[in-house]
Design a binder for this molecule. Sequence first.
Ligand SMILES: Cc1cc2nc3c(=O)[nH]c(=O)nc-3n(C[C@H](O)[C@H](O)[C@H](O)COP(=O)(O)OP(=O)(O)OC[C@H]3O[C@@H](n4cnc5c(N)ncnc54)[C@H](O)[C@@H]3O)c2cc1C
Length: 404
Amino acid sequence: MSSMAKEFDVAIAGAGPAGTSAAIRLALNGARVLLLEEKKFPRAKLCGEFISPECIGHFQQLGVLDQMLSAGANALRETVFYSARGHQVAVPSEWFTSGANALGLSRSEMDQRLLERARTLGVAVLEGSHAAGLVIKNDCVCGVQVKTFTGANEFRARLTIDATGRTRALARHFDREAQRRSSKGKRGLVAFKAHLENTRVAPGACEIYFYGGGYGGLSEIEHGLSNLCFIVSSSDVRRLGSDPDRVLREVVMRNSRAAKTLEQARLSSPWLSVALEGFGRRLLTPANGLLTVGDAASFIDPFTGSGMLMALESGQVVADTIASQLGSAGAAQTVELIAKEYEREYIRRFDSRLRVSGLLRRAAFVPHLAEAAILIFGASAHLRRKLARATRRANNSQSHASIG
Ligand SMILES: Cc1cc2nc3c(=O)[nH]c(=O)nc-3n(C[C@H](O)[C@H](O)[C@H](O)COP(=O)(O)OP(=O)(O)OC[C@H]3O[C@@H](n4cnc5c(N)ncnc54)[C@H](O)[C@@H]3O)c2cc1C
């Protein structure tokens, strides 16, 4: 590490889809970029691994679509929502992007390919490097402090991006009060994920199961495996001795469809679990010189299957905003201008989808409301299509490939 540059245009903490999307786009615009990731890739990640069809356009722009397909990404034609009692309603993938399917691919494969692309474009990638703090001068963030197994280091950058996901490892230093207020009254939720063999999920479908206190998703990924990811109340987890197998059998499989598709399934990976603290938008520019993207900016409800899309897209918004201003003189004003412009564009693009999914969340966790919503939306394809699209922004200006 000692021989590498210490000064960058942009330092990015976190190499999930938001961080790599921003890094690749900034590098393509000629910026000097540092990308810090605390884990060594490839690594497993808790996620439904449903890559919504709009992501394909992003993969094309980022130059990784062929790599995703050759990693064995599975085409997903539709998402089918099942109420606890077995009523169902389907949402075809092509409602989001004409002629395109969604993809099922593990996060270890997807994130690794995005990281490799960033490296190829000259981004200074440091894995096993924990962004531990910020360098602050005259009330402005001007770099990041890094800890590795071998020691500590400091890097300077005109702008720093927190892409560390829901933990907001850097931004959270500035929003303790806001966080405390917003976490009041939040229900305690825990998410689990594992890869399974021998499920009976319908080929080409992402199946979503509702049950008391949460919901789960099952879909095929690469090599014939299925990804199962579900959310349950923390009180259920405690009651069942924090045993994921019991939670699966006694909570998730109360959904009649889940009972059928998971009856003969076998684990092919260890369980991952994480506590979920809340949904919605957070501070986008918590300090001068510090911007947030992806889940660090907002956490959208997983049943929308659009968190990775928001990560890739917010990475695009931040990179476009920075790239349009990087050459300007007057460092302090430029940093402020970038922050204002980024907030404006972010809110324009994402606030309404966050609002719609927030409304849907009320039904998602209450079985009789989920049942009623499935019956109502099941009766009208027109209504269903409108609602599904309201959880995304229809972006007709991007070019999209069709994956068969
Ligand atoms: C239960 C559940 C199911 C989901 N299912 C889906 C789905 O099916 N489809 C979908 O589109 N979205 C889904 N999502 C949402 C999706 O996982 C996220 O929206 C997406 O991962 C956000 O990407 P990101 O890059 O912002 O953050 P992340 O993917 O969380 O990446 C952050 C990266 O930062 C690294 N990091 C963290 N702290 C530090 C630090 N201090 N220093 C350096 N690096 C650090 C982490 O190791 C990680 O690699 C789901 C989420 C949950 C909770």
